[in-house]
Design a protein around this ligand. Structure first.
Ligand code: 5GP
Length: 177
């Protein structure tokens, strides 16, 4: 594996601080309820783990995996469900936890699909957002950070399956594929 230079965009401290704030917001908004988190794999895993640790209302978790066909750095708009959630969501307060909203294709597709399964409520929590890249409108109810149009890795986000384990978000300049 070729090594790339990675420039820190969001430090581990800043990430953790913001994630704790988001957990507080979620606690407040869902007070008296139980929340069902659905993590979008693999990128959302680190974010959901950290977030769920600081939510104090009752929490259950589930996982989904989707793939958007396309090259490593550009999504095509076609979304395929690789792994569906295990537990039914009808009547539950569902919060989808995603790593990053880029063009919006993945989330607009996923949220529409989940809405058809009749949850009591359905919201989105995204760690990162690239507003400049949006093609499909997606309402992000809880957002960590807006970032510029740069390809980022770390805290669950990969380049060619590497760098997910970096404890911070960094920008990387990949080779053209
Ligand atoms: P969208 O469908 O919103 O264009 O893309 C969403 C997915 O594309 C994310 O869940 C993520 O897997 C991938 N993606 C978009 N931007 C980046 C990025 O800067 N870095 C990485 N590693 N993945 C990204």
């Amino acid at each position: 594996m070729k090594q790339y230079t990675i420039k820190t965009l969001i430090s581990e401290e800043k990430l953790k601080e913001r994630i704790r704030e988001l957990a507080k917001e979620i606690d407040r908004d869902y007070a008296g309820k139980e929340i069902h988190l659905i993590c979008v794999l693999k990128g959302g895993a680190y974010f959901m783990t950290e977030l769920s640790k600081y939510i104090t209302i009752p929490v259950t978790i589930d996982f989904m995996a989707v793939s958007s066909y396309g090259s490593k750095t550009v999504s095509s708009g076609i979304v395929k469900i690789i792994k569906d959630h295990d537990e039914p969501i009808e009547g539950r307060d569902v919060l989808v936890v995603e790593d990053i909203v880029d063009t919006g294709f993945t989330l607009s597709y996923l949220l529409e699909m989940l809405r058809d399964r009749k949850p009591a409520s359905l919201k989105l929590c995204a760690m990162l957002n690239k507003p400049d890249r949006r093609i499909r409108e997606v309402k992000i109810d809880y957002l960590g950070f807006d970032i510029p149009d740069e390809f980022v890795v770390g805290y669950g986000l990969d380049y060619d399956q590497h760098y997910r384990n970096l404890p911070y978000i960094g920008s990387i300049k990949p080779e053209e594929d």
